[in-house]
Design a protein around this ligand. Sequence first.
Ligand code: SF4
Length: 482
Amino acid sequence: MHLYNDNPTLLDVPHQQMKEEQQGEVFFKNYPQQVEDPSGKHFYIESYGCQMNFSDSEIVASILAEVGFKPTRSLELADLILVNTCSIREKAEETVRKRLRVFDAMKRQRPGTLVGVLGCMAERLKSKFLEEERLVDLVVGPDAYRDLPKLVATAEDGDKGINVFLSREETYADISPLRLDSNGVSAFISIMRGCDNMCSFCVVPFTRGRERSRDAFSILAEAQELYERGYKEVTLLGQNVDSYKWTNPETENLVNFAHLLEMVALVAPDLRVRFSTSHPKDITNEVLHTIAKYPNICKYIHLPVQSGNSNVLERMNRTYDREWYMERIEAVRQIIPECAISSDIIAGFCGETEEEHQDTLSMIEFADYSMSYMFFYSERPGTLAARKYPDDITLEVKKRRLQEIINLQSQVSYGHNQRDIGKVFEVLIEGDSRKSDQDFCGRNTQNKMIVFPKVAGYKPGQYINVLVKAASSATLIGEAAI
Ligand code: SF4
């Protein structure tokens, strides 16, 4: 999973995101929108990293609500301050440590306030976190959130609470997430946890454990419940959704990702279905044909390439090469011609030559990505790459190559959006545009953000046809075509 939504201002949730810069770390303050009731115990939670972390924070909120905690936006009101962390790059961890300094000050002002660290950094550092960060009272890994109430009680008694056990079963399937920061239009549904791939640069297999798929009927029930509550879009989440597989214990029928997509698409024709993240080695034509078959399965695929060169891909242990990836892109074009594709790209991986870097640039042009998440390589302790390869590309070269990738991608995105001028798209209204409350914003099936003047009688959660009049590399500008 790599789909980072990177705007450090608050209240940014992927379904309202405006993609800004690539190096930023994600920062979500997760709270329901209603007026806060100051009585009782309150928790405050910030989420960093990928959509999976955001979805996990909604599971955490539900578990805490079960034992009487209420969410709060105000640090001052919080009895429990939680930070759901990311460990994918050094910078992500630095950001968390900076936030812990702020929480330190809160604890000094309000003794008895508890601070807890959740997510991948908690799992990576384990008890070392308690040694390094004296103010931290709780360290809880991604598979141990059910234990939170007990750990909080332990910390309230003055001891440190820690549980970083990684499970082979846990999917939190029976926990109904408490929707945080929701616009009431789009929601995440986590369909699996962990990752069995061992990409050499990645910490996820060490911080989120082995792959396990959630009961398909619990996913369906969650989609149905969201639809009945007025949501019009669900995003199915997994580190590698294409390897989803669940066996029905009664019938012994196997449900793979194509089957699951179809099951969710059949909940209602006006419930949009998105998913993230795909893996080039596992995305099948069966999945592509299922996307093509159902109008409400969005015509957008996030297909991380990481590098455009086969030798680099081999050192990354991505288990596919340049030719295999290009064949998958061609398959998407043949089966779903109108589909937009985005990617993840790492610049300056161990041993990357100038020629190998040029292959990544030419891949961006070949794949014609609508957008990409682009970072330079950040060595992560304990990963295969850290053990096997020297981090031998200088920071200066990494930054220069990354800038070349960003410049090219922004040209390609601009071209991609320019070709949409004059077209009419069905847009799901998500809310007010960030720049003007006179405008609505929403996305088309290709996951492109479109901003257009408000139309009387329309509101978030409704579909409207929009004619595209202008475009930047990040946003389409239009007017209602009704
Ligand atoms: S190991 Fe590979 S596929 Fe799995 S989360 Fe990391 S980068 Fe993605």
